[in-house]
Design a protein around this ligand. Structure first.
Ligand SMILES: Nc1ncnc2c1ncn2[C@@H]1O[C@H](COP(=O)(O)OP(=O)(O)OP(=O)(O)O)[C@@H](O)[C@H]1O
Length: 273
């Protein structure tokens, strides 16, 4: 089966191990829906980052394939692939003297020709657009190493935006951020999706944020997908137990579901609606 109007990317029978002994990804099937926000969740070490590395051509599967449109990504040149998908990794380090403007500009690399000494006017416009969308214009000349965690995350998202791709992978974009910056980043992601039609696939560890911002929830366990669908439908006490091995109360507030991330509250203790 190839991708369709609705499915922009697809992993088929994907299997991968780092050492040839233990499969980290095991016969995994996944469809990424066009112009939706897909949230990938699962316990530490279940293989989320490895799956992202496979889906962004940084690792090669042992078995199976990944389709982008009708193409197997293994058959695509890296530059062509980078014009269609971008990834913001979990841990990003930068040289001490690199400015916001320069780093965001690196996003244009797939579009450079070998004979080209500098970016074109179009490159410059796109870099400015990426900084505008992420609200970085006022700090464009500052060093990335001197920014706060929230600002720094926006810079890496801006660099990915400068790649001008229709698909964006975000590996734990809110890690280390306080709640205000977490929400700021989530709203930015939502805006990229709604206003610019970017298909987003992101790893989150916050179940409530997954429900708030995700169109599709994907639950992963031991390198395979065990739950998939709209978060409101899929997330319940049982699936959380399956994914994380603990029982957490799922409550309703104002007709919407929330998960209390504490084990000590039992559903018996919760006030009636
Ligand atoms: N480069 C590597 N070489 C060998 N093993 C690795 C490598 N990277 C990851 N692993 C192993 O693969 C498994 C899955 O790791 P991965 O980082 O994909 O999980 P994850 O679900 O993203 O975890 P987390 O939520 O902690 O980020 C883990 O057992 C990890 O130790």
């Amino acid at each position: 089966m190839v991708c369709s109007e609705e499915i922009v990317m697809r992993a088929e029978n994907l299997t991968f191990s780092y050492d040839g002994l233990k499969n980290i990804i095991e016969d995994l099937e996944l469809n990424i829906r066009r112009e939706k926000i897909t949230v990938l969740m699962g316990a530490n070490g279940c293989g989320k980052s490895t799956l992202f590395q496979l889906m962004t051509k940084n690792l090669i599967p042992d078995q199976g394939r990944i389709l982008l449109g009708e193409m197997d990504i293994e058959d695509m040149r890296r530059k062509e692939f980078a014009k269609q998908t971008a990834i913001v990794h979990q841990n990003n380090t930068v040289p001490a003297d690199l400015t916001v403007n320069r780093l965001v500009g690196y996003g244009r690399t797939p579009y450079f020709h070998s004979f080209q000494a500098a970016g074109t006017r179009e490159d410059e416009d796109i870099i400015n657009w990426a900084m505008e969308v992420t609200d970085l214009r006022s700090i464009k000349n500052q060093r990335v190493s001197q920014l706060s965690g929230g600002q720094r995350q926006r810079v890496f998202i801006a660099m990915a935006l400068a790649q001008k791709t229709k698909i964006l992978f975000l590996d734990e974009p809110t890690t280390y951020l306080d709640i205000r910056y977490q929400i700021e980043i989530m709203k930015l992601v939502q805006r990229l999706n709604k206003e610019y039609g970017i298909t987003v696939i992101m790893v989150l560890h916050d179940i409530n944020q997954a429900m708030e911002y995700g169109d599709i929830f994907v639950g992963m366990k031991h390198g395979t997908i065990v739950a998939e669908g709209p978060p409101e439908e899929v997330i319940d006490c049982e699936i959380l137990h399956e994914l994380y091995g603990i029982r957490l109360p799922v409550v309703e507030v104002g007709g919407r579901k929330f998960v209390l991330p504490v084990e000590s509250v039992t559903s018996m203790e919760l006030p009636e609606e």
